[in-house]
Design a protein around this ligand. Structure first.
Ligand SMILES: *[C@@H]1O[C@H](CO)[C@@H](O)[C@H](O)[C@H]1NC(C)=O
Ligand SMILES: *[C@@H]1O[C@H](CO)[C@@H](O)[C@H](O)[C@H]1NC(C)=O
Ligand SMILES: *[C@@H]1O[C@H](CO)[C@@H](O)[C@H](O)[C@H]1NC(C)=O
Ligand SMILES: *[C@@H]1O[C@H](CO)[C@@H](O)[C@H](O)[C@H]1NC(C)=O
Ligand SMILES: *[C@@H]1O[C@H](CO)[C@@H](O)[C@H](O)[C@H]1NC(C)=O
Ligand SMILES: *[C@@H]1O[C@H](CO)[C@@H](O)[C@H](O)[C@H]1NC(C)=O
Length: 308
């Protein structure tokens, strides 16, 4: 039988009478029960009150409505980034639509369409406004906003729970998000997105996602993400999940899956140290067990990955 001691150190004497497949089943049951999803966030909009207003039935309003309906009914774009403008001179409107990198074209369009409806209702006269939803962002302005980084405003949300092993958690999280930022920044003009997982010592998985509007240069994308990562360190110290939204980039991490992976998904596996507790020991042989246990956890992780 097995014993678990704090910090993920396991000790074993024998596993006789405990067929491995039983352990697997038990593990999977716990895994499924533990696959709880976190709280949902209140996504937000931003009406820029310092950039001027338009009047009802103005040319600007007509241009805006035309632009947004063109944008949300456009069916050729399949990479989730829309940069459209419409109108002339001071009545010209620029809009950017950006869907989260894993979102399919149909879902992307309907997310942007919903944003259009709520944004023009919530910011009924501002020349410039932004709406964030979980899966897309829609922005418009009278200013030329393409190829220009805007990190002037940020919106923060977080899970209230603290990581149990904060030091290790923050270290792995920081490394994961920095890696993802480098990867996203080096994306092309259609996609600057990266999402991946990292497993830390107590076998919990961290899911991270970063994205820039792909019209930014590599440097500007890197800068916008860098500032957002700094917010994580300061504002959300030790939190098990958080989101930072800026007009030009966004970052999110959780300890549960929240995005779709392009490859077979791991969305049902979620590891927790408590799942190891049913096992106790009489005789100690730490090295042998450690090797076996880690081997098994890895195998199961692979198993659930392949069978989703
Ligand atoms: C709002 O408008 C002002 C004036 O144009 C601008 O300086 C500021 O950056 C805008 N805010 C955002 C978040 O774009
Ligand atoms: C635009 O309208 C908003 C909401 O009524 C108001 O708070 C803001 O001061 C106005 N901005 C300008 C530049 O007039
Ligand atoms: C967008 O939303 C509006 C209002 O809900 C709806 O009437 C329209 O059909 C939608 N358009 C698309 C392209 O989904
Ligand atoms: C998380 O940690 C902070 C700072 O130590 C504390 O104020 C807060 O109450 C903790 N949150 C929970 C849910 O335990
Ligand atoms: C970050 O990238 C480095 C270099 O590619 C890699 O060795 C490391 O495992 C990555 N860390 C995480 C947490 O993804
Ligand atoms: C819009 O985005 C596409 C794809 O990134 C790019 O090729 C194009 O030049 C952009 N158009 C404008 C006006 O910035």
């Amino acid at each position: 039988m097995l014993l678990v001691i704090p910090r993920g150190q396991f000790i074993m004497s024998t596993i006789s009478g405990m067929p491995l497949f039983f352990l697997c089943c038990l593990y999977l049951i716990i895994v499924i029960c533990e696959a709880s999803f976190g709280p949902s966030y209140e996504y937000s909009k931003y009406c820029n009150n310092s950039n001027g207003n338009y009047t009802a039935n103005s040319i600007y309003q007509t241009n805006l409505n035309t632009l947004l309906s063109t944008l949300t009914s456009h069916t050729e774009i399949d990479y989730g980034f829309y940069n459209f403008s419409h109108g002339q001179n001071s009545d010209k409107v620029y809009a950017i639509g950006l869907c989260r990198g894993d979102v399919k074209p149909d879902e992307c369009r309907s997310c942007l369409n919903n944003s259009r409806v709520s944004l023009t209702r919530l910011c009924p006269k501002q020349l410039e406004a932004i709406n964030w939803e979980e899966k897309c962002m829609l922005r418009y302005s009278n200013r030329a906003i393409f190829h220009t980084m805007d990190a002037s405003f940020s919106y923060h949300m977080n899970n209230v729970n603290n990581a149990t092993d904060a030091e290790e958690f923050n270290k792995v999280l920081g490394e994961l998000l920095r890696n993802l930022s480098d990867k996203a920044a080096s994306g092309d003009s259609r996609r600057k997105y990266a999402a991946d997982t990292a497993v830390f010592a107590n076998l919990q998985t961290i899911y991270g996602l970063v994205q820039c509007t792909p019209d930014l240069s590599r440097q500007d994308c890197g800068k916008c993400l860098h500032w957002s990562l700094a917010d994580f360190g300061n504002v959300f110290k030790n939190k098990v999940g958080a989101v930072v939204l800026r007009p030009s980039c966004n970052v999110r991490y959780e300890i549960y899956p929240f995005y779709d992976e392009p490859t077979p998904s791991a969305s049902i596996y979620y590891q927790h140290r408590s799942l190891c507790f049913p096992f106790t020991t009489t005789e100690v042989s730490p090295t042998i067990f450690l090797a076996k246990w880690h081997g098994m956890c890895k195998k199961l992780q692979l198993h659930t990955r392949l069978h989703k």
